[in-house]
Design a binder for this molecule. Structure first.
Ligand code: BES
Ligand code: MN
Ligand code: ZN
Length: 497
C-alpha cells in the first residue's frame, strides 16, 4: 500500500480530485460530514440518504457511481454513527469498512476523507495512524512458508488521506508507516516456524537491519557469553543443538553523551519447556516465544525509518529451550552474570533465566531506562487476557514516571498495557533452600513473582518489564503474531525524542 496525505481547500477541491473513489462520512441522523457536503452540489448524496439505503451506523457503507459534479469515479458513503463526539471505536470501524470496500473495487487509487480532527479525545495524528495501521493489516499476508503464495490483494493500492485544512500531518504519516512496517517485521518473525527462525536467523535479521539503517551491531557467541559469566542464560541453551546468539543493536540518533533507552527482548525461538516439558497441545505456539525479541527488532526498524533523534540500544537474548541428555535439570543451580545463584526448580521458567543476564549486561550502558519485553508467563494471560500487556515497575518516583509514560504511550498508540505490582513481599516466594533465588515462586501471582525475579537484577537503573504473553499473538483459527507492542514502544520513543 502506497500512502500520501493531501489538504483539499476551496481552490483544490475534493470534488475536482480525479481518483477511483472518494470515501466520505455520513452520520446516523442523516447529516453529512464536511467532505460529504463538498461532494453534494447535485443533492444526489442527500437523496441517497433519504432513500434509506444507508443507516449511517458505524461501518455501514453505500457505494455511488458517477455522482454529478464529482470528478472521482465513485463516492463511498461510510457511516460514522452519532454526529457529535465521534467515538474512536466508531471511527475505527468506519476505516475498516472503507478499506474492505476499497479492496473489492476495480479502482487502484482512492482518497479517504474522514473527519480526522473530530474524534473524541484523539487528534488527527491518531486518525492517520488508525488508517495506515488498518490498511497495512488488511494487506498483510503470512505466506512466507507456503509453496503457493496467497493471491495479491485486489483493489486500491494508492491511498491518499485527506487532511483537515492547515493540519501538519506529514510527520504523523511517516511515523505511522514506520510503525506499521516495524509491526510487519515483528509479525513475520513471530509467524516463521522455529526450524527456520533460529537464534542464528534472528542474528542475521539484526545484521540486515544494521546494514539498512546504519545501526552499530555486535553478536556475542557462546564463548563470549561464557567469558561474561552468563551462567544463567547459558543454562537454558544446554539442551539445544542451536547456538545461542546475544545481539546488541545501537541506534545513536541522539547526542553522543545522552543516556540511552535500552530495550531487552526475550528471544526463545522455541520453548519446549526443557526437562520440565510442556504438554503437547498447542506446543507449536511456543515458536512465538521470541516475540519480545521480534518486537525489539520491529521497533528498531521503525526507529531506523523515522531516524529518531534519540539513543536506543536493543538487546536480543536468543536461544532454544530444549530437553536432552545435556539439558539443565530441575534442581540444578547456576550462577548468573551478577553473581546471584539460582536454583532452577522448573526449566520451563526459562525466560527469566535468559533475561536476568541480559539485564545485568545492560548496566554497562548507563541507561536512562531499561525496558524488557517478554512472553514471560501464561499467568499474565489469565490475569489480563489478550487486551493489555502487563506492565511492571518499582513504585518510587522515577519508576512511577516511567510507568506513566509507558501507559500513556500505549493508550496513544492503541496498544495498551495495564500495571501490576512489583513489591518486596513477593520476593519471599522466590526463596530457595540451596541458592540465592529460586526461578519459580510458591503458588499464586506467577506473573508478579516472575517480574520480581527480574527486579533483583535491575537495581542499578530505572526499569520496566512488559509481559506480552497475551498480546503478542492471537490463538485460534486466525492464529498469528500481532506485532504488539511495537506501537507502544515506538510511541514511547517518539515521545522521548
Ligand atoms: N513462554 C512461557 C510463557 C507463555 C505461556 C507464553 C503461554 C505464552 C503462552 C514461559 O517460558 C513459561 O513457560 N512460563 C511458565 C512459568 C511457570 C513454569 C512458573 C508458565 O507460564 O507456565
Ligand atoms: Mn517456558
Ligand atoms: Zn518461554
Amino acid at each position: 500500500m502506497d500512502f500520501s496525505i493531501k489538504a483539499y481547500d476551496t481552490k483544490n477541491t475534493i470534488a475536482s480530485a480525479k481518483t477511483g473513489c472518494v470515501a466520505v462520512a455520513v452520520f446516523e441522523n442523516k447529516q453529512l460530514s464536511q467532505a460529504a457536503q463538498a461532494l453534494d452540489a447535485s443533492g444526489e448524496i442527500t437523496a441517497a440518504l433519504k432513500s434509506g439505503d444507508l443507516t449511517g451506523k458505524p461501518g455501514s457503507t453505500l457505494l455511488l457511481r458517477g455522482v454529478t459534479g464529482v470528478a472521482a469515479a465513485r463516492v463511498l458513503l461510510v457511516g460514522l454513527g452519532g454526529q457529535d463526539a465521534i467515538g474512536e471505536k466508531n471511527f475505527a470501524s468506519a476505516v475498516t469498512a472503507t478499506l474492505k470496500v476499497f479492496a473489492s473495487l476495480g479502482a487502484t487509487d482512492a482518497i479517504i476523507a474522514l473527519p480526522l480532527a473530530d474524534v473524541k479525545e484523539r487528534d488527527s495524528n491518531w486518525g492517520v495512524r488508525c488508517i495506515v495501521g488498518t490498511a497495512h493489516e488488511s494487506v498483510f499476508r503470512t505466506d512466507a512458508q507456503k509453496s503457493k503464495k496467497d493471491p495479491a490483494p485486489n483493489g486500491v493500492r494508492k491511498l491518499t488521506i485527506a487532511a483537515p485544512a492547515g493540519a501538519q500531518l506529514k510527520t504523523a504519516l511517516a511515523q505511522a508507516i514506520a510503525i506499521a512496517n516495524g509491526m510487519d517485521l515483528t509479525k513475520e518473525l513471530g509467524n516463521l516456524s522455529a526450524n527456520v527462525c533460529t537464534p542464528t536467523y534472528l542474528a542475521n535479521v539484526a545484521r540486515k537491519l544494521a546494514a539498512d539503517y546504519r545501526f552499530e551491531i555486535e553478536v556475542l557467541e557462546r564463548k563470549q557469553l561464557q567469558a561474561l559469566r552468563m551462567g544463567s542464560f547459558l543454562s537454558v541453551t544446554n539442551g539445544s543443538e542451536e547456538p545461542p546468539k546475544f545481539i546488541v543493536l545501537k541506534h545513536m540518533g541522539g547526542k553522543p553523551k545522552d543516556a540511552p533507552v535500552v530495550l531487552v527482548g526475550k528471544g526463545i525461538t522455541f520453548d519446549s519447556g526443557g526437562i520440565s516439558i510442556k504438554p503437547g497441545a498447542a506446543m507449536d505456539e511456543m515458536k512465538y516465544d521470541m516475540c519480545g525479541a521480534a518486537s525489539v527488532l520491529g521497533t528498531f526498524r521503525a526507529l531506523g525509518e523515522m531516524g529518531l533523534k534519540i539513543n536506543v540500544i536493543g538487546i536480543v537474548a536468543a536461544c532454544e529451550n530444549m530437553p536432552s541428555g545435556r539439558a539443565t535439570k530441575p534442581g540444578d543451580i547456576v550462577t548468573s552474570m551478577n553473581g546471584l545463584t539460582i536454583e532452577v526448580l522448573n526449566t520451563d521458567a526459562e525466560g527469566r533465566l535468559v533475561l536476568c543476564d541480559a539485564l545485568t549486561y545492560a548496566e554497562r550502558f548507563n541507561p536512562a531506562a531499561v525496558i524488557d519485553i517478554a512472553t514471560l508467563t501464561g499467568a499474565c494471560i489469565v490475569a489480563l487476557g489478550h487486551h493489555n500487556s502487563g506492565l511492571f515497575t518499582r513504585a518510587d518516583a522515577a519508576h512511577e514516571k516511567l510507568a506513566a509514560e509507558l501507559l500513556a504511550a500505549g493508550k496513544q498508540a492503541g496498544d495498551t498495557a495495564w500495571r501490576l505490582p512489583v513489591e518486596e513481599a513477593y520476593n519471599e516466594q522466590l526463596k530457595s533452600n540451596f541458592a540465592d533465588l529460586a526461578n519459580i515462586g510458591s503458588p499464586g501471582g506467577a506473573s508478579v513473582t516472575a517480574a520480581c525475579f527480574l527486579e533483583n537484577f535491575t537495581r542499578k537503573y530505572t526499569w520496566a518489564h512488559l509481559d506480552i504473553a497475551g498480546t503478542a499473538w492471537k490463538s485460534g483459527g486466525a492464529k498469528g503474531a500481532t506485532g504488539r507492542p511495537v506501537p507502544l514502544l515506538s510511541t514511547f520513543l517518539i515521545n522521548r525524542s
